[in-house]
Design a binder for this molecule. Sequence first.
Ligand code: SAJ
Length: 414
Amino acid sequence: MHTFSRVSVIGLGYIGLPTAAVIASRGVDVLGVDVSEHAVNTINQGKIHIVEPDLDMLVQAAVTTGKLKASLTPEPAEAFMIAVPTPFKDNKSPDLSYIRAAVENIAPVISKGNLIVLESTSPVGTTDQISAWLAELRPDLIMPHQDPDKADVFIAHCPERVLPGRVLQELVSNDRIIGGITERCAARAVDLYHLFVRGECLLTNARTAEMAKLTENSFRDVNIAFANELSMICDHLKINVWELIKLANRHPRVNILLPGPGVGGHCIAVDPWFIVDSAPEQAQIIRKAREINDSKPHYVADKIKQAADQFKKPVIACLGLAFKADIDDLRESPALDIAMSLIRDNVGEILLVEPNIKQLPAKYAAHADKLTPLPQALERANVLVVLVDHKQFKTLHPADVATKVVIDTRGIFG
Ligand code: SAJ
């Protein structure tokens, strides 16, 4: 088994920073590299620039003991883990520019015997592409696709699978899929993950590992689309979708997910498009599911507008802006999109309630200057829209809202 004493993590975001801190907590020297000066400075002060339970303590400990350092420039290490964003472009094709930039950045410092692991969720073929890029950038080294037995460098894909809000537990406890360009590459990567993973490491090739990650998130997207479609069918047929799902789920082989105002976050709403882009003819359900989930916020906004039409002076309380329950993350949030579209379309007076944040980010200032506390919103609104099932809202009793028109996109009132 190969041991690692110095590891570098490229990209210190929601995945890279927790991974770097966990590895550092195992006594390994870790250099985290990021393009953001703010991120690098914050981390070097032992603080964090993202929100994730318990991460602050872990980073502080790792920085104080000198095991974790952050830098704008890479340095030599035995293993490099790439955890940078893979967004999509306007035409929904994957944007690999951050991966390309990370590879260009580390190319000058890699050396014989190094392991490079791609953690970013990526379209099929990206790990092979990294090998090809490195072959170009470092013609002095043999890459695994050039000669599996004589390769100087090991390259593998190990997709991140952690759930925001539970990252530190899941980083350690989840099983990991490790796909090597060759079997030797996969075996070397397993040694790295054994430093901190208690779950099982399952070996495969790089393309299957890439597809596995995309499949996991597409599976969830398709199942949420099924629930969202059901909710629209039930509106049409005047059936309570929440009761319906509870009843249907009592069948031993049925497990329907929950409808909502749409699918948010930066993973499930993005990754299925990578499959569609790679196999446009074949990926039919996956594409349709994306379209259904993307259409749901418009459907909900229309429903709210119809409800508002009943009032001379509609006062609409939007409960929740985050992309899911009990987090403060507003990125790609359908709840926020719906609330902003109501404001933009002058549907009435809009009260925004989000107990997990103190104030709206500056870019929304033009639309709304402040958040409204829940009790005040309950007092003033004639239309109440539940957009996120935060714990603060789940304690509401139907009697609290009996005098209002309620649009409950998350089923907190059943
Ligand atoms: N949602 C529903 N109904 C449901 C479940 C979720 O509407 O029944 C919505 C949520 O409200 C949210 C969106 O879907 O808007 C996504 O939330 P999520 O909790 O399902 O997932 P994420 O995006 O926070 O994290 C996912 C996870 N993937 C899977 O569960 C298959 C996580 O394990 C991945 O690591 C992460 O994507 C990622 O980074 O790819």
